[in-house]
Design a protein around this ligand. Structure first.
Ligand SMILES: Nc1ncnc2c1ncn2[C@@H]1O[C@H](COP(=O)(O)OP(=O)(O)OP(=O)(O)O)[C@@H](O)[C@H]1O
Ligand SMILES: Cc1ncsc1CCO
Ligand SMILES: [Mg+2]
Length: 257
């Protein structure tokens, strides 16, 4: 399902992507990630390799302080247990009050009506960005008009898979970096959501931030795949590639438009 309400798909320059990556590295934003139990460690390591700082607590007594003091909030529904259900609205309210971007990853809403209903409530809070797969998008927003209304209200959608689309009320981006091996390691999408949160914290143009963040993550994934023999070695190679990523890497590999 395409969401596009914008006039055209924009190209992205390697300079734009590297400039935003450098801003992330210079600012070292803290991303508070309420993420699933499977993704936690990998997500924290991806943020550190990127040059950001992770915090991950889900304790209801502390989560507002952590989220309110962070530079961005990621809410991932992959293991939506009681503790996370309680923490998520507290964290969103704290991040909103502090004026920080809120990113939502509605993992597996296509597999659970209860989770889908919860995720729709979160959409009512107008997150800055929603990152998801096409199947999750179809389950979450079967009516095109509902998706369009959210986009018009300012939420950006980052739909990932073999190709990635960033859809917004301004510019749209079509991104073609990444490697199929990335989908053979769990939580690459989840960790990518944390990267997007970091980029949204340093750039007010959310669609541009999302496009640059996805490009950085997927170019690192491509480099990692070229150096690894399979999913096991992809993980450390991805962390190393993200940490070492240069303007030349981006210039040589960026595929957009
Ligand atoms: N076939 C592919 N070719 C290139 N890049 C891919 C491919 N499949 C996935 N990716 C990239 O890998 C990353 C993970 O995307 P994917 O859509 O698989 O996430 P996901 O299913 O939400 O993952 P998870 O839920 O396990 O975290 C994205 O950055 C995406 O662009
Ligand atoms: C495998 C799995 N199960 C719940 S979350 C998760 C990580 C990928 O989304
Ligand atoms: Mg996912």
């Amino acid at each position: 399902m395409s969401l596009s309400v914008a006039a055209s798909t924009q190209a992205l320059s390697a300079e734009q992507v590297f400039t935003l990556l450098e801003r992330v590295r210079q600012k070292t934003p803290r991303v508070h990630a309420i993420t699933n139990a499977v993704a936690q460690s990998f997500t924290a390591n991806v943020l550190l390799a990127l040059g950001a700082v992770p915090s991950m607590t889900i304790a209801r007594e502390e989560v507002a302080a952590f989220a309110g003091g962070a530079d961005a909030l990621l809410v991932n529904l992959g293991t939506l247990d009681e503790e996370r259900r309680a923490a998520i609205p507290l964290a969103i309210e704290a991040a909103r009050t502090a004026g920080r971007p809120v990113c939502v990853d509605p993992v597996f809403v296509n597999r659970s009506p209860v989770r889908c209903a919860y995720a729709r409530e979160l959409l009512g809070l107008k997150p800055d960005l929603v990152r998801l797969n096409p199947e999750e998008l179809t389950a979450l927003l079967p009516e095109r008009a509902d998706a369009d209304a959210l986009i018009e209200a300012g939420t950006v959608f980052a739909v990932t898979g073999p190709e990635d689309r960033v859809e917004s009320c301004g510019e749209d981006f079509l991104l073609r970096n990444g490697d199929p091996l990335m989908s053979r390691v769990t939580a690459t999408g989840c960790a990518g959501g944390a990267v997007l949160a970091a980029f949204l914290s340093i750039e007010k143009d959310r669609a541009l931030a999302a496009a640059c963040g996805l490009s950085v993550f997927n170019i690192a994934g491509e480099i990692a795949a070229s150096r690894s023999g399979g999913p096991g070695s992809l993980v450390p190679e991805l962390l190393d590639a993200l940490y070492c990523l240069t303007d030349r890497d981006i210039g040589a590999r960026l595929k957009t438009g």
